[in-house]
Design a protein around this ligand. Structure first.
Ligand SMILES: C[S@@+](CC[C@H](N)C(=O)[O-])C[C@H]1O[C@@H](n2cnc3c(N)ncnc32)[C@H](O)[C@@H]1O
Length: 356
């Protein structure tokens, strides 16, 4: 697997003071994203991989009308996605590098997620702040209590979501595999394990490990299909249920919550950790794996931007919480030792391990 294009900018302080150019980028940020999404959907970047083309050549390859091609190239060049010299367009350095890695499709899956799952519901961000709840969920068809319980009624959204979720996990779960020593562990419970992306990676890296994915009934089939495709049905299984309403199954030495604690309130997270604590043996571990904001409350910027989605859409109480919020939840739930691991990379992922 080729590594992510790691860049430290997401953990650096924002460039201050903000000037008029910076303010303009924020003002038209939604439009900047639309150029990125259109270029991604039209395969503009793949068209320019390893070559330089004129406007007419790009237009012919993309099958666009003259005006449409002019708009697209104006935007992509002025935003720095492309550069232009001697009448020819080429990819910016970061795209030229990223497109050669396994992370390229993961990046594109993230763009599609922002477009088809995130974009519309964020219109209700202000109302979500006023009401302190996820008002934007009203834009997702269905009556399920949260986003995940509405996917069954929105098949395209469900497909985009799980493709993204797998990619988003894969962007960082190499750190989880590397940092989480499971050599003495035989049974791990993956709560809200999605399509089993992390369960599969952990089982593949640890031949003695058996993983149970605990998922809502509507998502069970998605996980089982991916497990079968990975050839791991003998060691990775799916238990359907509701991790809030149902008791946790017993007999596990490790409980994983991957991309969970950005969705629920800290109180709900603490309650889940208590349920994990109660079924773990002495010395058993709980693992929190998701994006983290810093304890100073001023970054990184990706954690701030991603929080708009979590505050507006999936459930009542989400945000990219600071490390310290999860560490407090762990201590409140009874865990005695807490270890923090920063996954230095493009995304602001972190791992916290609590030991009973
Ligand atoms: C953000 S996704 C994370 C998926 C996976 N852990 C990953 O990291 O890729 C959250 C997952 O939690 C599941 N989920 C939501 N509510 C749940 C509940 N009450 N019980 C069990 N799973 C739940 C959803 O169906 C969804 O697959």
């Amino acid at each position: 697997m080729t590594s992510t294009v790691d860049r430290p900018t997401t953990t650096a302080a924002p460039q201050l003071p903000l000037d008029m150019d910076g303010l303009t980028w924020i003002l038209f940020g939604h439009a900047a994203f639309q150029y990125l999404n259109a270029a991604s959907e039209l395969n503009l970047f793949e068209t320019l991989r390893d070559r330089e083309l004129t406007s007419d050549e790009i237009r012919a390859e993309l099958g666009l009308a003259q005006r449409a091609n002019d708009v697209l190239l104006l935007g992509c060049t002025s935003l720095g996605l492309l550069s232009k010299s001697d009448g020819r367009y080429r990819l910016s350095g970061v795209l030229a590098e990223l497109i050669t890695t396994d992370d390229w499709q993961r990046f594109k899956d993230t763009v599609a997620f922002e477009q088809y799952v995130v974009y519309e519901g964020q219109l209700d961000f202000t109302e979500s702040l006023r009401a302190n709840t996820n008002v934007g969920l009203r834009r997702v068809r269905g009556s399920g209590r949260d986003l995940y319980h509405r996917f069954a009624e929105n098949p395209h959204m469900e497909q985009v979501f799980y493709r993204y979720m797998k990619s988003w996990s894969e962007l960082a779960n190499r750190h989880l595999v590397a940092e989480l020593d499971l050599s003495g562990t035989t049974k791990l419970l993956d709560c809200g394990g999605g399509d089993a992306v992390n369960a599969i990676e952990l089982a593949a890296a640890n031949p003695e490990l058996h993983v149970t994915v605990f998922e809502i009934p509507a998502s069970k089939a998605i996980a089982e299909k991916k497990i079968a495709e990975a050839g791991l049905s003998d060691r990775v299984s799916v238990l359907d249920g509701d991790m809030f309403a149902d008791p946790f199954p017993e007999g596990f030495e490790c409980v994983l919550f991957a991309h969970q604690f950005v969705i629920w309130t800290p109180e709900e997270n603490t309650a889940l950790l208590r349920k994990a604590y109660d079924v773990l043996p002495e010395g058993g571990r709980v693992v929190i794996f998701n994006s983290m904001s810093n304890d100073e409350g001023d970054g990184p910027v990706m954690a701030a931007l991603d929080s708009v989605y979590f505050a507006s859409i999936p459930s009542e109480g989400g945000m990219i919480y600071p490390w310290s919020t999860h560490e407090k939840s762990l201590r409140d739930a009874g865990f005695r030792s807490v270890q923090r691991i920063d996954c230095a990379g493009w995304t602001p992922h972190g791992i916290i391990i609590g030991t009973k």
